[in-house]
Design a protein around this ligand. Sequence first.
Ligand code: IMP
Ligand code: MG
Length: 178
Amino acid sequence: MHRIHILDKDFEISMTNETIQQKVKALAQRINHDYQGKNPIMVCILNGAFMFAADLVRYLDFQPEITFARFSSYEGTDTTGKVTEVMGITTSLAGRDVIIVEDIVDTGITMYNVLPLLENKGAASIKIACLLQKPEKLQVDLTVDYCAMEIPNDFIVGYGLDYDGFGRNYKDIYTLAK
Ligand code: IMP
Ligand code: MG
């Protein structure tokens, strides 16, 4: 499927699952190297990161704890700039090495607002692992520690990412058709 239609928009395939897997595997190897002998907890940010997190953890050669959190910040194709905690973390993060697993860092506002929330839970260290980043759109001072791929400033769907709730199920990534 090279072209898909979601609601009122057309999208064209821009990254195959084969490419995604190569990049996720390479990212996992960096994390394997950096967390040797450590006992990190991975916080998968719902909903978008569920597919990325599922693949990423399967390439790890240690046994991370895995937990989930949900923050809301996005409507349609434009960010609202407002972040609210919809589903909090129930596992204790006190003294833990935390790896946040996020689908995409766009303006960076979501991660910028999530970091202090996790810092307040007493984590020993917090790093961000994202599948994608749109560096041109970054609006805040944010360090992304692990990023599988940088992409241009286009709206994408698939591999967990959605357009108004749809398109998350595709194994490949699609870009809004011009
Ligand atoms: P930020 O706060 O602007 O960095 O936005 C982060 C969130 O916006 C991500 O976790 C995604 O859920 C969503 N997002 C950003 N860009 C896209 C996109 O191109 N497609 C789908 N969702 C996106
Ligand atoms: Mg997200």
